[in-house]
Design a protein around this ligand. Structure first.
Ligand code: FES
Length: 167
């Protein structure tokens, strides 16, 4: 039996080789994309230091900006959000400004008739200072809380979680 490769076999092997190379070129990036969260570092969710001093925080909710890097697959961007932060005795409280009705941004004392409440201008939603939604207004749940701390005298903001002040 001859071990000579025919022209037809040579063509088949060549096409299989090129096809495999092209398939690998397409499949490997898709696999990397699918597994991307596994390669992310553990920095997400860690406490973020802000530029606001703890000594500046009073019992009146204050807008505290915080910035973090967001990595979405290969796209990296800097995102700035904020929390409403106030003191309850010695304890720091941080609330999310995202309304639990349809996601608008709430303001502290934004309604002249309710100077001691958070107000959502989209549909006149109201929340008490601890984030509890006022019955009879559109929001169906309390504002979320953020982990909040003190690092070297500056406010830090951590993970967001369900409001535990109003349970
Ligand atoms: S989005 Fe806030 S009351 Fe509707």
């Amino acid at each position: 039996m001859s071990s000579k490769v025919t022209r037809r076999q040579f063509l088949n092997y060549s096409l299989m080789g090129v096809g495999s190379f092209m398939a690998a070129g397409m499949i490997l990036p898709m696999g990397r994309f699918a597994l991307d969260p596994l390669f992310k570092d553990a920095a997400a969710g860690s406490d973020i230091q802000t530029s606001i001093k703890v000594s500046e925080i009073t019992e009146e909710p204050t807008k505290v900006d915080f910035t973090y890097n967001q990595k979405d697959a290969w796209y990296e961007s800097e995102v700035t959000e904020f929390a409403w932060v106030y003191k309850d005795g010695d304890k720091l409280i941080a609330l999310s400004p995202v309304c639990k009705h349809l996601g608008c941004t709430v303001t502290w004392a934004g309604d002249d008739g309710n100077p001691d409440k958070f107000f959502c201008p989209c549909h006149n939603g109201l929340y008490t200072k601890d984030g509890n939604n006022v019955p009879g207004t559109p929001p169906r749940g309390p504002l979320d809380q953020y982990e909040v701390g003190d690092k070297d005298g500056f406010v830090t903001i951590g993970k967001r979680f369900e409001n535990e002040l109003v349970k």
